[in-house]
Design a protein around this ligand. Structure first.
Ligand SMILES: [Zn+2]
Length: 231
């Protein structure tokens, strides 16, 4: 299951040979699968880390298809479910059975899954709360658009968590897409990268992965291996 690939501890157990290249390939194949469904008029709706299988070749299977939104002529059979952690801001708190899901809604969940795959399982809206009281739950932070890598989007009480991965570790075209998904895509969902855009950027990113002398993998646009800099 995708969750086992995303989570570094679980991944070590189930797919020990899965390196950063395989993670890029899995993300790219996931984008291709989502794009293929969109091209045929389906919207997954409930795209999350438990509805996707990944095999040792990084090939991806989307499961739980009975909840997908299907269009038959002018009739739309809705997707009545969704996970708050993968739900875009504009649908947070909205009863799913009453809305027509759009490809840009899947694009938000796809962006989160790609991000988690490439950055050690971190959720892009994970942040540190420096204010008083309890931190808001992740769904509320999504609703507020508090992507912690954007200072303008966040109140001053929101900071990056200690040892958070940096967006700059990603291949430049991939980090640009991540920012578009979670910053520009907040106000305008149509700005979220399409599955095809992810596919193209991830293919390039995979080719740019190089090993360091300790055997880590990193993107060659960086002057040094980030894992060696931050052991
Ligand atoms: Zn290294």
């Amino acid at each position: 299951m995708l969750i086992q690939v995303i989570n570094p501890m679980m991944r070590k157990k189930v797919l020990p040979g899965f390196d950063w290249k395989y993670l890029h390939r899995s993300a790219r194949n996931l984008a291709a699968a989502v794009g293929a469904l969109h091209a045929r008029g389906y919207v997954i709706g409930d795209l999350n880390e438990s509805n996707v299988l990944v095999n040792p070749m990084a090939l991806v299977t989307v499961i739980d298809c009975d909840s997908m939104q299907v269009k038959i002529g002018s009739q739309v059979l809705p997707c009545p479910v969704g996970k708050p952690d993968y739900t875009p801001p504009e649908l947070q708190g909205v009863p799913f059975a009453r809305v027509q899901r759009l490809p840009e809604h899947d694009a938000f969940a796809l962006g989160i899954l790609v991000y988690q795959l490439l950055l050690n399982g971190n959720h892009p809206y994970r942040s540190q709360w420096l204010g008083r009281g309890d931190p808001l739950p992740i769904e509320q932070r999504i609703k507020n658009g508090w992507f912690p890598y954007s200072r303008q989007a966040c109140p001053k009480e929101i900071a990056l968590p200690p040892r958070a991965p940096l967006l700059g570790w990603l291949y430049p075209k991939v980090s640009v897409l991540a920012r578009r998904c979670f910053i520009e895509g907040y106000k305008n969902p149509k700005q979220r990268p399409s599955p095809r855009e992810w596919e193209a950027a991830l293919a390039e990113a995979e080719k740019a992965i190089v090993p360091c002398f300790k055997g880590h993998q990193y993107s060659r646009h960086l002057p040094q291996c980030p894992r060696c800099q931050r052991p």
